[in-house]
Design a protein around this ligand. Structure first.
Ligand code: FAD
Length: 418
């Protein structure tokens, strides 16, 4: 590849990570097609997703957003609500004649007063829309462009070509179409089709493992209080730790809170069964659980809202994905949940996926692997990224990148990345 060649990249999945990656690749001169199986979330025709409504965005994620666009990060920061620490809602012994009580304890994450250290609660939808608006502002054709196609799915990939990848795409209501791309990025989430296609055949020696946590999760909410006020302190991540289950709450811009109950899958199914068989005059088992464990949350939420959410919201499982390697020659790369879905308790899935994009961009630059490579940059393992493995400046010999024709700057970059 020379710096003057036009190079095409397909990013599968316009979730948070795929969209950021499309913007990053365009900024490095790639001609990018971004496809998304769902409808455009900005058209408002899509039912609210079952996934979490808000997320904790950490400095790690912000640094990655900034590496793509200062303007983007400023818009995102305006959207976020600072969380300076965790607020623990600890159960205290019930006093005589009273129900269980809760005592709150704020614990700052770091130096908020001095340096403003915090994480931010941000709406998943708003963040996704900012990212899509950003790629919409990029050129629509030629080098450095992003063309976004909604309701278009990647259904198959042929990795046997000498150069690049043949990809079968299907747009809703249309016939499937085969297109050729120099480079394919799988940002298509935990159940990635790109990854599934990489698993076909033994040549790649692709290792893959997925497993479910014993916990599932359910989203609940606390509405805004009287006079449009927050009913809990907005600048904390609220946690009700209760052994094998836990409730958390993050503030939203509209003064409501989104709560997530994590509990063993069997706890949910037992309560569902009890609910079904409960007689009208018996205490409601879900309300009883909240009375005993989360009385303050129940008071703000109200029994009706709790029970409605319990009935109508999904109780979803939590999948972890591990695979190796993340790439195939200089043709395909997995990022975000497609490469490493993790349990949400860390609050790191999206942040880590964003960091994939930042590290990838530095490595592409370092190896001169983009159509318009920037001046070779130092490798991205700075003091701000402690703990990350230090890749060798000469990439290790990877059996996958065996033929001389595949030892391109992009293959070297992806090998160092993986
Ligand atoms: P996804 O968001 O899954 O996006 C993948 C996209 O690809 C989807 O839009 C999908 O429609 C599309 N797609 C799939 N298949 C195809 C195909 N064949 N063709 C085209 N498109 C396709 N992370 C944090 O950092 N902080 C948090 O606080 C946090 N809280 C969480 C709370 C919960 C309850 C959960 C479940 C997760 C949480 N996470 C959090 C994790 C975070 O949500 C994920 O890590 C992140 O959304 C992954 O983004 P992604 O773009 O890689 O994948």
């Amino acid at each position: 590849m020379t710096a003057t060649e036009d190079r095409t990249a397909l990013v599968a999945g316009a979730g948070l990570v795929g969209t950021l990656c499309a913007a990053m690749l365009a900024s490095r001169g790639w001609t990018v097609t971004l496809i998304e199986g769902r409808t455009d979330p900005r058209t408002g025709t899509q039912a609210e997703r079952a996934r979490s409504i808000n997320l904790a965005l950490s400095p790690r994620g912000i640094e990655a957003l900034r590496s793509v666009s200062d303007e983007l990060v400023e818009r995102v920061l305006q959207e976020g609500i600072e969380m300076r620490g965790r607020m623990l809602h600890k159960k205290t012994k019930a006093r005589k004649g009273k129900g269980p009580e809760v005592e709150k304890e704020g614990q700052d994450y770091g130096r908020y007063e001095e340096e403003g250290e915090c994480i931010r609660s941000i709406s998943r939808t708003a963040l996704g829309i900012h990212l899509l608006d950003h790629v919409d502002g990029l050129p629509k054709s030629g080098r450095g462009s992003v063309t976004t196609l909604f309701e278009t799915r990647l259904v198959e990939m042929d990795l046997r070509k000498d150069y690049g990848v043949d990809v079968v795409l299907r747009t809703k209501g249309e016939d499937a179409e085969t297109r050729h791309f120099d480079f394919v990025v799988g940002g298509d989430g935990a159940y990635s089709k790109v990854r599934q296609q990489m698993m076909r055949g033994s040549r790649l020696r692709f290792d893959y493992r997925q497993f479910y946590a014993p916990h599932s999760y359910l989203e609940l909410s606390i509405p805004a209080g009287p006079g449009d006020t927050y009913l809990l302190e907005p600048n904390y991540l609220h946690i009700w730790p209760r052994g094998e289950f836990m409730l958390i709450a993050l503030a939203n811009q509209d003064k409501s809170f989104t709560l997530t109950l994590f509990a063993h899958h069997s706890t949910f199914s037992t309560l569902d069964l009890q609910l079904k068989s409960a007689t009208a005059d018996a205490p409601n088992p879900v309300v009883e659980l909240f009375r005993q464990e989360f009385p303050d949350a129940l008071e703000h939420m109200g029994e009706e809202t709790l029970l409605q959410s319990w009935r109508e919201h999904p109780k979803d499982g939590l999948v972890t994905v591990e695979c190796s390697p993340y790439h195939y020659e200089d043709k395909v790369l997995l990022i975000g949940d497609a490469a490493h879905a993790m349990v949400p308790f860390y609050g790191q899935g999206m942040n880590c996926g964003f960091e994939d994009v930042r590290v990838l961009s530095s490595i592409l630059d370092h190896f001169g692997a983009s159509p318009s490579p920037l001046v070779p940059s130092p490798l991205p393992y700075s003091s701000s990224s402690p703990g990350l493995p230090v890749p060798p400046t000469t990439p290790p010999t990877n059996p996958v990148v065996s033929s001389a024709s595949r030892n391109t700057p992009l293959a070297q970059a992806l090998t160092a990345y993986t």
